[in-house]
Design a protein. Structure first.
Lengths: 285, 417
């Protein structure tokens, strides 16, 4: 029994306040998550996905013909869940769609103290309005800066892509995937998508850099990317590491029950041992 | 019947007593009042705008910078400053260092109010504060969230601090029997309070663990929780030293002469504790520095800023504390305390605001409204503190009642202490 396992057991045995128990149980089941494979070599920058997303989510519709939005690099916002950016590279213009990555072990979900951020059994990371208290800890924690907050509302919402989880329940694909005219977006189980991605690289080694973004990043993400140029040139952060982000707080949270039960006993012991009217100076703790 | 009548009369007297206590005491036109009252009024107006038109209307927060001054200073720094309560209760109730008993009540009161106001400021920053009860009720427990832990611990800690302070309230009201009951809970509350403090002081640091790619590597380390905990010890002690000196002057009439003599001893003792805690803190920083190979990072302006914090506002006050204690100089200890507090503000703001998103284009400066609201939080805490100190036995012994019309006190319960 190694240390982590030991701590985990303690965590499970510990008080409900202490945390850890629910998560350990959640991770016991390994479901097959769905995701999307983005082949940026196929994307023509038509932004149909932006329009389809806005329609599906009831957000302001972008004027994709005339608004010239490709001119500069944009970020998703509280009124736009997904968008396409253009990058000028050695291989010519490359278009990259952006949205929530639907991480395997999402930092935003681990951060949320009300379980408003929630990863469903099939993979989408969704935001549940009635629970959210607007603390924005999910924004602080998300390595991709995805969740967006409505700063100009008295009753603000968190806005981000939810992978059309309600469509998935009806066995339909996400709206963006369905709208894509070039099959740059492909929806499926991550296992299958990985196989397809690897096959493409294998069959056309000259066309792709030999890396699938999202395979290991932050512990693996639901969205996967293929590209012809190194991902740094396409605005991707490649310094995020492969550790799932909830791991960063895990040791701390497992330590909590130890302190919660151990320290009072220790303090009480000290109290019993200490001389009444002791004269020691303070701070020797 | 007669019973009920006397009960009603007693209740009436109690109400009159409360009303008389609510009246302000002392001069109204003090410099502090002249500054704080307009600030509080302005902040109230700002908060009306904030709750009707959203956070964006009064703050400079953005999608890149979701937490600003209200979290970084009010909550994260304020709570570190309030660390004195758990350190002092540890010394007095657990280690039985009687020397510090005279400052226990003032410190605990300060801690309690700091939590109510500074942690309370969290509610101003929440987008949907009415959902604040969600993590407390129902099946909405985000066990995996550090913030869940911190908010629960805030709540329980306030309760513990209130129990620790409640005997003073009972004495003020002249409730002798209630006082005895409450007093019996003190040790339990103290032990609970220290435990909770250990966890949420470090928990505040753990909040930033998942922000790894956003915080400058000079300030990010997996040991942030430990650093936060250790620094809260000397932050709290420094705050007591500073507050003690201030309130010693401001509330001079409240403190009797017997305590005056031990005052210097207390300050020097606190200084010694702070020196030790600061040395440990400095040592941890040095370890992290070596462990993370940070010397490669101190070549630019960030590096200079980091060294200013660690050398100028950790090492220097640490040495000053030690020097001041050795030479029995209260004024040097006080200077050290001020430097140490500045260092804490720098450290907490560096992690939460300044070095947060250091590599992104978006830069954050607090808006004037955010600053006014922050000042309001501080001022209203002082107002309430002053109100309580002038009325309840915080600085003075319970039997040293201030001149007060005795007939307005509940009669048969008066015999206090
Ligand atoms: S990309 Fe961000 S918002 Fe999306 S699942 Fe991952 S952590 Fe959550
Ligand atoms: S802002 Fe809402 S969804 Fe995000 S962590 Fe806070 S409560 Fe959860």
């Amino acid at each position: 029994m190694n240390r982590r396992h030991f701590m985990k057991t303690l965590g499970v045995a510990g008080a409900s306040l202490a945390g850890g128990a629910a998560r350990a149980a959640e991770q016991a089941a390994t479901p097959e998550f769905f995701g999307v494979l983005v082949d940026t070599t196929r994307c023509i920058g038509c932004r149909s996905c932006e329009l389809a997303c806005a329609e599906e989510a009831g957000l302001p519709l972008p004027d994709i013909e005339n608004d010239g939005a490709l001119a500069e690099e944009r970020d998703t916002s509280e009124s736009c869940w997904t968008l396409v950016n253009r990058y000028q590279t050695s291989q010519g213009d490359v278009f990259v769609k952006r949205q929530c990555m639907h991480c395997w072990q999402p930092a935003c979900v681990a951060a949320c103290l009300t379980r408003a951020m929630y990863k469903t059994a099939t993979g989408p990371v969704i935001w549940r309005s009635p629970q959210c208290m607007g603390c924005r800890f999910c924004m602080v924690s998300c390595p991709f800066d995805v969740p967006k907050f409505e700063y100009d509302e008295w009753n603000p919402k968190i806005q981000k892509c939810n992978l059309c989880w309600q469509r998935l329940e009806q066995d339909r694909k996400p709206a963006c995937v369905e709208s894509c005219p070039t099959d740059a977006l492909m929806f499926g189980r991550k296992r299958d998508l990985m196989e397809i991605a690897r096959t493409r690289i294998y069959n056309h080694p000259e066309r792709y850099v030999h890396k699938i973004y999202g395979e290991y990043e932050v512990g693996g993400t639901g969205w996967l990317y293929l590209a012809a140029v190194p991902f740094e040139e396409l605005g991707f952060r490649t310094d995020l590491g492969t550790t799932p982000y909830p791991e960063f707080t895990r040791d701390f949270l497992y330590g909590v029950p130890l302190v919660l039960f151990g320290l009072p006993a220790l303090l009480y012991g000290l109290h019993e041992l200490s001389e009444p009217q002791g004269r020691e100076p303070a701070g020797e703790e | 019947m007669a019973d009920r009548l006397s009960l009603m009369r007693e209740f009436g007297r109690f109400l009159r007593f409360l009303l008389s206590e609510l009246r302000p005491r002392g001069r109204m036109l003090t410099p502090f009042n002249l500054i704080s009252v307009p600030v509080i009024v302005a902040a109230a107006a700002i908060l009306v705008v904030r709750f009707t038109r959203g956070l964006g209307a009064v703050t400079n927060l953005s999608q890149e910078v979701p937490w600003g001054l209200w979290i970084g200073f009010d909550v994260v720094t304020g709570v570190a400053f309030a660390g004195g309560a758990y350190v002092i209760t540890f010394a007095v109730y657990v280690m039985r260092m009687e020397k510090y008993r005279p400052i226990v009540r003032a410190t605990v009161l300060n801690g309690l109010l700091a939590y109510i106001f500074y942690a309370g400021a969290l509610a101003l920053d929440l987008g949907r504060p009415w959902n604040i009860i969600n993590p407390i009720i129902g099946n909405k427990f985000g066990f995996s969230s550090v913030l869940f832990l911190v908010s629960w611990h805030f709540m329980l800690y306030m309760l513990a601090e209130f129990i620790e302070f409640s005997p003073a309230v009972a004495e003020w009201l002249g409730w002798k029997r209630v006082r005895r009951v409450l007093h019996a809970f003190t040790l339990t509350a103290v032990i609970l309070g220290i435990t909770l403090s250990t966890l949420h002081q470090s928990g505040l640091g753990a909040l930033y663990l998942m922000a790894k790619p956003k915080i400058h590597p000079l300030w990010y380390t997996e040991f942030i929780p430990i650093l936060f905990f250790v620094s809260s010890i000397f932050a709290g002690l420094s705050m007591i030293i500073l507050e003690g000196t201030l309130s010693h002057r401001v509330f001079a009439t409240q403190i009797n002469h017997k305590r005056h003599g031990s005052f210097e001893e207390i300050i020097l003792g606190l200084g010694k504790g702070a020196a030790i805690a600061m040395f440990v803190y400095y040592f941890f920083h040095a370890l992290v520095f070596v462990h993370d190979h940070r010397w490669q990072l101190i070549t630019d302006l960030w590096g200079v800023w980091y060294l200013v914090e660690i050398l100028g506002f950790v090492l220097v006050p640490c040495v000053l504390f030690a020097y001041g204690v050795r030479n029995r100089s209260v004024s040097i200890v006080r200077t050290a305390a001020i430097l140490a507090l500045i260092g804490i503000i720098m450290n907490r703001l560096n992690i939460s605001v300044i070095a947060f998103n250091w590599n992104s284009a978006a830069h954050y400066y607090p808006s004037w409204q955010e600053i006014v609201v922050t000042l309001m939080v501080i001022f209203s805490e002082i107002w309430v503190f002053r109100w309580i100190v002038l009325r309840m036995p915080v600085m003075r012994e319970a039997h040293e009642l201030p001149s007060r019309p005795t007939e307005s006190r509940p009669s048969e319960l008066t015999a206090s202490a």
